[in-house]
Ligand binder design. Sequence first.
Ligand code: FES
Length: 959
Amino acid sequence: MNKISFTVNGKKHTINCEQAESLRSVLVRLGYQSVRDSDDKEGFAGSDTIIYNDIPVYANLMLAQQAEGAEIRTAESLGTSRNLHVVQQAMIDAGVVQSAYNAPAAALLLAWLLEHESNPTQAQIDEVLSGIFIRDTGYEHYYLAVKLAVEKMQSGSYKSEISPTFRENLTYVGKPKGKVDGPQLVAGESSFVEDRVLPGYHTMVLLRSPYAHAYITKIDTSKALAMEGVVSIITHENCPDVFYMQAGQGNPEPSPHDRRLFNRKVRHVGDRVAAIIAETEEQALAARAAIKVEYEILKPIFTVEEAMAEGAPLVHNGVVEYRAGAPADLDQYNKGADPRDGKVIYQFPLHGDIRHNVASAAHGKIGDVEKGFKEADAVVERTYQTSQIQCTPLEPHICYAKIDGGRLVLHASTQVPYHVRRIVAWVCQIPENKIRVIKERVGGGYGSKQDILVEDLVGYATWITGKPILYRNTREEEFVANSTRHPMRVTVKMGAKKDGTITAVYMDVRANTGPYGNHCLTVPMNACSKTLPLLKCDNMKFDVITYYTNIPPTGAYQGYGAPKGTYGLMTCMAELADELGIDYYEMAMKNKVEPGYMLEILKGLGEGREGKVVPVGSCGLDEALTKGAKMIKWGKKEQSDDPDWKIGKGFAMIQQGSGLPGLDHSNAWAKLLTDGTFQIFSGGADLGTGLDTISAKMISEAFCVPMDLVTVTSGDTDSCTFDTGAYASSGTYFSGGASFLAAEDLKKNLLDEAAYQMQEKAEDLILRAPGEVYSTKTGKTLSYAKLSHDALTGTGRGQVMGRASFTTGHNSIPYGAHFVQVAVNVRTGQVKVQKYYALQDAGTPINPELALCQMYGAALKSIGHTLYEEMILDENGVCLNPTLGEYGVPMISEKPEDFQAVLIDINDEVGPYGAKSISEIATNGAAPAIAIAIHDAVGVWMRNWPFSPEKILKELGKI
Ligand code: FES
């Protein structure tokens, strides 16, 4: 132990520390919780940034002893949520405080920069943020945040426009009004699961499989169990014999129940072998080292091709069951099943065939593709391969659970609190009323927190031990044991007439689901259902087959299959245009859908059941294409001064959905408090994207009150009503739709109460600022405060409340087009994204500044997926790059030189105030647009993610 003294934020501390203790650890012990860690001391992400003797450093990379006598500043020095620093406020106003795990560190760096440079250049901002990884919002609006802060400091107010505004008749909707949880997040105050942990908690660590495919033949935990502090060890021998799946999807689930908490067979490197619960992390780790496991090693398979091969090893060879729709020959099918493999239980038929590694399959068509291909003047058939990529949320998967009042309480970082409750109840075999899930602020999800990847085990361990338990994935576990994007092989065959009219399209999607079937039907289906409906074509057909393999697990990832399908479909269309010798833009304009066109293809593209045929509704596709083509100067050939660099342009049409019509369901309720302020309870799970702000705006807009008079409670299964969760681009449309309707119901009930109290007719009353009822007939007014007070006196009629449920069969599709200009170095194979223009129709953007930042974030991450992100496995299935640095996520230096997000103004007929979804769609355009631009630049077609310099040089015949 060493005694050290230093000053933090002007306060002197003297503290004992271990020889090897990091400075971050000491700062956290002292209560400076804004100094976070997202990469286990890799020194990459910058969550632990502090100012040390006026120099920015990573606190994790310094020993506490080095701080002797130092002056340290953390984000807590800037301001509190009630009294923000100008930079913190500017960051909120610019829209960059979203999932916000790194927002305090970024605010600290920008404030420090402004102390040294009153009007910094873009290069200076780039340099100061060069060590901060931001996944959610790209980096573009950080320049705006600095600009706003400078303006405020120099003149006391903002001069720059934050974002365009929409719907001039509305006050809050369509205007940048700040994010309701922005202040607590940017100030680094208690927000995340890790901030809720109380002293006395126990730690859980996992023993994971070193093999990709093996049976556990013997496991001996006796020595470990006897070790000091060890409370419990859970393995396949003592876990519940309950099969389930981890995908947070509607119930009955379109993913097979193909796992238990622990299985006798391990199916990927990093699969669960044992959970060790102990009083301290050190004790848990020591016990883990004392567990002895023997394996019978099996041959693994890693690719779709290996899974399809005759006689391939079987990833699942257990008993197959069906909860509904079992085939007549099931007994025969199960003869020869190996009991060591457990079971695969389908909730309804998914056309799986595990004896051939097929987890699920789907087929569909409209018209006659063979006839369509015969009518074509040219037909091309191409195969596109996508790689395995990781969501990389800054906050790793984490769960803190405890027993309170005899119930299991889970503090979760989740997109799906109600699915967490259902699945944990199922695993623990207890009723749902015994469980409370509290969704905390989510430090990044991107789909990976749609799955119940840690809550299942933490919940069960807490239930059986009665101990409060904290579990948090290491960054390496995020890579090897978490959900990733399904690698896919997408073959597209397309035929067209000489004038570019498409006569037939066929898509063959072969997806790799890895060891378990999370989203095995729905993600690959989306590769077709979010792409084929972009085109007017009478003859379309698709086959989708998903295979089990032994790669790390896959699951939901923003875009949910659509980025891969769009890559195949759009690139193939460009290849066909090239073959026909016509302009790809003209071909897109000729074949794109338009309002009123009946989307017959949707019939075969439901999620495990027949989809609904609907016409194209609100649609900004035409405007996105024409505007984008103008911005990029489509058709104008650009030249570089350097002969090594060739310049090319590309674009892609994109679409997504706004939730799942006929499947998703959202509920909300709201109440008038006794002083005339409001509280709304949304079942929706804000994962940083601003859903709570949307709920607040629904009340503010309806009642003409400022947003700070509205409190939003969300994602708490005890106080809020059911919501399917924040996935499938459903947040604004479904959860926001429920909040809109709850506000309308509250308004109706408030007017009824006002009519009663004022002795007037409700139709003569209106609501107006600053929070009162006004009679257009008599001129009388009644404040909300008096109304509420009188309703709650001994003679009143009770609390004024509103409630709503939102479902729809309507399909409000967001559309867009992403345009890109790249420069390709023919000597090195390097690709530079010079211009990137993301144009999207989100209906009415309710939070336009947040919408723009989500478009930047999604576009930048998909540029990363396209050009360099890839999980690399060795021949044994060991991930060779399980760190952020080695894996390679885009930092500020990788941002396109000219990066613009543009919201196309379209009003939707169903969404709240005309809104549709925004951010998932923005991941769909980069891969095809860049592939097409590379072809335009150097004449080669890139048909394999990522487009690395090596692959480009190979295509160019240089290596
Ligand atoms: S070392 Fe900086 S975030 Fe982990």
